[in-house]
Ligand binder design. Sequence first.
Ligand code: ZN
Ligand code: ZN
Length: 178
Amino acid sequence: MEELQHTAKAYYDAAAENAKQVARDFVAEMDHDRDGVVCLPEFLRFAKVKGYVRMSNPHFFRQLNTSCTGKLSFDEAITFFYIVTSARPLCDGCGHLVLGIFFTCVKCFDDADESGTFNLCTGCFSRSKYVHSHEHFLDNVVLLHAKRRELKQERNKGFCLAAIEVACRLATRFCTIM
Ligand SMILES: [Zn+2]
Ligand SMILES: [Zn+2]
């Protein structure tokens, strides 16, 4: 979790002022009594109301609360902001937040509009501790590169089609002149 906290803080520090304000508003909304920290009931209520139902539990709160004070500091609270805005997944095997590399079902990823993605931590993936109807999984780094390759191919295909269209038009014109 410390690694995620550093990442969240780095994004926050480097962000433009209006983006920082969005993060501050998010934390302020969680901090119901405005005492500068987020206690467990505030967190649970906020997560539930905002639809982060799977994260609305004391276990997840304790994971965020790396300082073990029982209350989330601003840095711990913006880690939660980072987790939900970056759509970092919970493992669909064990239910825990995936802190490092994770495996994604490629079919569900491609059809994400309808069904949502299906993700696994390395432990659940390697021990096959899950029930799922699809079989093709890639880790998030490999998947990113695979999607980049696909995009490039699509672009090349588009370029070829455009070239063929121009050639056809020229040929038609040439035939008309003749
Ligand atoms: Zn898992
Ligand atoms: Zn799937």
